[in-house]
Write a protein that binds this ligand. Structure first.
Ligand code: NCD
Length: 305
């Protein structure tokens, strides 16, 4: 059974195949027809883009959508139902389940049941967000002239951030890419990821200063400081606003570079730079739809790897 659980499951050829399909879905008029299929979205954490883009992707492919608006509040989980029971039940109603949960490892637990394909749409602070990473990588490949040799800066809270963990994992497949991680000392990138980069021969550097990392960068990937994952407000406030992208920051970047963010943003990117052609975050959102259509199409067509 084909689940999407982690960026680690991908090889370059899988990515190429997926991106070709996303390109086709972007351009063709007649879409694959998955009428009669049903996609369930079980979201136990807030989400706008991820849930709505999966639902829109399913509807554009002719499939139906069911889901809990806010799984945490309105589903049987509030009554104490385990994720295993919820998945076993929903598998009777749907052909694929897209799941987001605050507990790392939930998507893996759901996949172990082997009822229907599971898509991990974000699992906790220490987990992954593979479909976000896929759309981010797709965006970079689309927009950068020399993607395979690019310098990618990640800036923000890299410890509690599943999107950057998954994206750095995908980027480790391209040995000539160079990564620069910018974070406060206590919010550094996971050592499991840096170990993987070293094993695969991908160069990376770590710093606490944005101005050290931005000159010469092709991508500045900015993250939110995720308040919900800090043990206290006091702890969060230590880091709130630590890196801010303003008109001044932009001057450190090359004219053809990209500023990316999975969104939502809080205060880390000033809206005054949204109209700069380098600001790619809303284009990322658009690409997310095609990537999620391609992923659902692959799963609903039963095209196994
Ligand atoms: C991310 C997430 O939920 O992990 N958002 C998203 O899916 N676009 C990033 C975030 O919440 O900051």
């Amino acid at each position: 059974m084909r689940h999407i659980l982690s960026a680690q499951q991908y090889k370059v050829e899988d990515l190429n195949r997926l991106f070709i399909q996303a390109d086709k879905l972007r351009s063709v008029r007649s879409l694959p027809d998955h009428h009669g299929k049903i996609v369930a979205t079980l979201f136990f954490e807030p989400s706008t883009r991820t849930r709505l883009s999966f639902e829109s992707a399913a509807l554009r492919l002719g499939a139906g959508v069911i889901g809990t608006e806010n799984g945490a509040e309105f589903s049987s989980s509030v009554k104490g139902e385990t994720i295993e029971d919820t998945v076993k039940v929903v598998a009777n109603y749907a052909d694929v389940i897209v799941i987001r949960h605050p507990l790392t490892g939930t998507a893996d637990r759901a996949a172990k049941l082997n009822c229907v394909p599971i898509i991990n749409a974000g699992d906790g602070a220490a987990g992954e967000h593979p479909t976000q990473a896929l759309l981010d990588l797709y965006t970079m490949q689309h927009e950068l002239a020399n993607f395979e040799k690019s310098v990618v800066v990640f800036a923000g809270d890299l410890k509690h951030y599943r999107a950057t963990r998954s994206l750095a994992t995908l980027l480790s497949l391209y040995p000539n890419i160079r990564l620069r991680f910018v974070s406060p000392k206590d919010l550094r990138m996971d050592t499991a990821v840096t170990k993987l980069l070293s094993e695969r021969g991908v160069e990376y550097e770590e710093t606490t200063e944005l101005q050290d990392a931005l000159p010469g960068a092709d991508v500045a990937y900015v993250t939110r400081i995720p308040k919900e994952y800090f043990p206290s407000i006091k702890e969060y406030e230590k880091y709130k606003g630590v890196y801010k992208f303003t008109d001044q920051t932009l001057r450190l970047l090359k004219p053809e570079s990209l500023i990316m963010h999975p969104l939502p943003r809080v205060d880390e990117i000033d809206s005054s730079i949204d109209d700069d052609p380098r600001a790619a975050y809303f284009r990322q959102v658009g690409n997310g739809l095609y990537i999620r259509m391609a992923l659902l199409d692959e799963i609903l067509s039963g095209r196994e790897k």
